[in-house]
Design a protein around this ligand. Structure first.
Ligand SMILES: NC(=O)c1ccc[n+]([C@@H]2O[C@H](COP(=O)([O-])OP(=O)(O)OC[C@H]3O[C@@H](n4cnc5c(N)ncnc54)[C@H](OP(=O)(O)O)[C@@H]3O)[C@@H](O)[C@H]2O)c1
Length: 320
């Protein structure tokens, strides 16, 4: 698979990465061994960028990812994140960052983390203090690259002035376009971009069901895009995208990922799946090229994204 550069500090990854969150949380019950097998298959297919976080099971997901990548750890880029509290508040105080990093290293079973993200900005801790703490880890070699998630332009600039930021991770997909207002800042500063939930949490795969049909632990039961009124419109848009994809011998999931890759050279999506078959489908999106005509058609189907917010109000990130 082709590689892409993220930022100006030397970070290079496969152009499609892998997000491991769903192995532990968010989308209903999972099987640990299937998760490990999927991660290993991803590596066999050329994926070298693996994404996890403390939040994804408070060590459980990092343990699974660490075990899965152990045979090829030195050949890949391992990314994790800090900053949440157990009651879903923010805590990026330097002492908390240090504690989380120590735990992440242990759970992952590694002596360094390649990309360390602040998972969400913390209104109570100046971003300069966060960047300064990550810088200490980078200077010590325990962390290689600094990332932010769901940060706004001002936060990104202030962080970048203390410790160069290699990558911003924020939700971006055919359904969710808000972050496009920040992409020029990233280009100006030479920062890479990692779209998370690039398949719209699975809606952009043609497999969406009405909210009530998901497992009780599945967050899509309350995702606004799945609620009546929005759901039907999103199903119809996905149907039209599926038709377009079929004319290219591709699936709608592949079209959604190829669209992201076409938005810029410093963009690396990290789709998540627990299925080998779906993984193979997603990775093959790297071979799909969209023409100007395809991109125009997509613009007509979804000019500004899908219907419904990406989070319920309580969890909606705010950018500064
Ligand atoms: N920074 C942040 O705040 C943040 C927030 C959310 C996510 N993330 C990261 O981004 C990664 C990806 O996001 P995501 O997992 O939320 O969403 P996603 O990749 O948009 O979608 C994942 C969902 O789509 C399904 N799926 C994937 N490929 C499919 C295919 N080809 N056909 C049918 N269904 C398919 C998966 O189901 P199965 O597993 O059942 O196949 C899963 O339910 C996460 O794993 C995590 O690492 C970061």
């Amino acid at each position: 698979m082709k590689q892409r550069q993220l930022g100006q500090q030397g970070l290079s990854t496969s152009e499609i990465g892998y997000g491991a969150m769903g192995i532990s949380i968010a989308y209903g019950p999972s099987d640990r061994q299937e998760g490990i097998a999927t991660i290993r298959r991803a590596y066999d297919l050329g994926v070298t960028f693996f994404d996890t976080a403390e939040l994804y099971g408070w060590g459980e997901n990092e343990t699974i990812v660490g075990e899965a990548v152990a045979p090829f750890r030195d050949d890949i880029v391992l990314a994790t994140k800090f900053g949440w509290t157990r009651d879903y508040g923010q805590d990026s105080r330097p002492e908390h960052i240090r504690e989380v990093v120590e735990n992440s290293l242990r759970y992952l079973g590694v002596d360094h983390i390649d990309v360390l993200y602040q998972h969400r900005p913390d209104a109570n801790v100046p971003i300069e203090d966060v960047a300064g703490t990550v810088k200490e880890f980078i200077d010590a070699g325990t962390v290689k690259y600094f990332g932010l998630s769901e940060a706004g332009p001002d936060t990104i600039r202030r962080a970048h002035a203390v410790q160069p930021v290699s990558v911003l991770q924020t939700e971006y997909s055919l359904f969710e376009r808000t972050v496009e207002s920040i992409l020029p800042t990233l280009t100006e500063l030479g920062i890479g971009f990692v779209p998370y939930s690039p398949l719209g949490r699975g809606f952009l795969t043609g497999t969406a069901k009405p909210a009530a049909e998901y497992d009780a632990t599945d967050m899509r039961r309350t995702d606004p895009r799945w609620q009546p009124g929005n759901f039907e419109k999103n199903v119809e848009a996905t149907r039209q995208l599926t038709e377009l994809a079929a004319t290219k011998g591709a699936t709608v999931s592949q079209l959604a990922l190829a669209w992201l890759l076409a938005q810029g050279d410093q963009i690396v999506p990290i789709p998540g799946t627990r299925s080998l078959k779906r993984l193979e489908e997603n990775v093959a999106a790297a071979d799909l090229t969209l023409t100007t005509g395809d991109l125009e058609r997509i613009k007509l189907i979804l000019p500004t994204g899908g219907y419904g917010a990406r989070y319920t109000e309580a969890f909606m990130p705010t950018w500064e």
